[in-house]
Design a protein around this ligand. Structure first.
Ligand SMILES: Cc1ncc(COP(=O)(O)O)c(C=O)c1O
Length: 289
């Protein structure tokens, strides 16, 4: 929900939230034809910005959308927006749609991409959930197969994730974890999954059908820096149910421990490895912002 601290930028111009509107003929709206990024800023500095801009570029390349602005120009716009927000920390949504075109699906009718930036405070997860952990379920909604629409593309087509989140809401759960068509763990509706077994850190390989999360990558690096063995592999519900610890990672949730999966209590929550990596994660934020 927008509030007085929300600031927007569309196609190069800072606009008030109430004036931040796009055409009904924008193919982002008509067909979900576009890409996006969710970026955090701390201490008025965007965190891991170059990684986000690189992923946006990769997503746009797959869809053959021209970003219209260079990474440097987008970076400058983001910094301007952060200053304008007057907030020490918050969330930035960067969206690039195919642009305005005819009603038909054909992208060639779209002349120019629409580029949107929104900076807004994050509605943070309740502190008790952060400390005690969340309850998750394995969703009946299967992740879109990699050979249909590669989940590495952070596109405006998030219906798969929305359906999983709706299922979690209906079940009174905090989050839903999706499986792929072969029954392997992929990811949550907006986060990656990690589990700990025998002092090793495991996470589904991206090719199972997960976004190559920027927080995921950082967690893998931090764990390896601490001498922890990290394995990216095919994981099943069995692995999750029998894990010593598990947690989710994402720009929005940062790192959040899981206390319960499908009614089964996780061995330790938050576990020792979670605490170690979470501390290293917070240290990185302090150092980089
Ligand atoms: C489907 C999905 N998986 C994982 C993530 C976590 O990725 P990141 O750490 O880059 O925010 C997100 C959030 O962007 C997401 O939408």
């Amino acid at each position: 929900m927008q509030n007085e601290k929300t600031v927007c930028w569309i196609n190069g111009k800072m606009v008030a939230p109430e004036d931040a509107v796009v055409s009904v003929f924008d193919h982002g709206l008509l067909y979900g034809d576009g890409v996006f990024e969710g970026i955090r800023y701390y201490n008025q500095k965007a965190f891991r910005l170059s990684e986000h801009l690189q992923r946006l570029r990769d997503s746009a390349m797959v869809l053959n959308i021209n970003l219209r602005y260079s990474e440097a120009a987008l970076g400058r716009a983001i910094n301007e927006l952060i200053l304008e927000s007057r907030q020490q920390q918050g969330y930035i949504r960067l969206i690039v749609t195919r642009g305005v075109g005819s009603l038909g699906i054909d992208p060639v009718t779209c002349q120019e991409p629409t580029v949107i930036l929104i900076a807004s405070p994050l509605s943070l997860l309740a502190a008790d959930k952060r400390q005690q952990g969340i309850r998750v379920m394995l969703s009946g909604v299967r992740r879109i197969p990699v050979d249909v629409l590669d989940p590495r593309v952070k596109s405006l087509n998030y219906l798969n994730n929305v359906l999983a989140k709706m299922q979690a809401n209906a079940a009174g759960m905090d989050e839903a974890i999706m499986l792929n068509a072969s029954g392997n763990i992929t990811e949550g509706s907006a986060d990656n999954v990690f589990l700990v077994k025998n002092d090793m850190l495991l996470t589904p390989e991206v090719s199972s059908g997960a976004l190559a999360g920027i927080t995921r990558h950082l967690v893998i690096c931090l764990a390896r820096d601490h001498g922890i063995e990290v394995i990216e592999s095919r994981l099943t519900p069995y692995d999750l149910y029998t894990s010593d610890e598990c947690f989710l990672t994402g720009t929005g949730v940062e790192l959040i421990p899981i206390a319960e999966i499908d009614g089964r209590k996780v061995n330790t929550c938050p576990g020792t490895m979670f605490r170690l990596i979470e501390a290293a994660f917070q240290k990185t934020i302090m150092e980089e912002t």
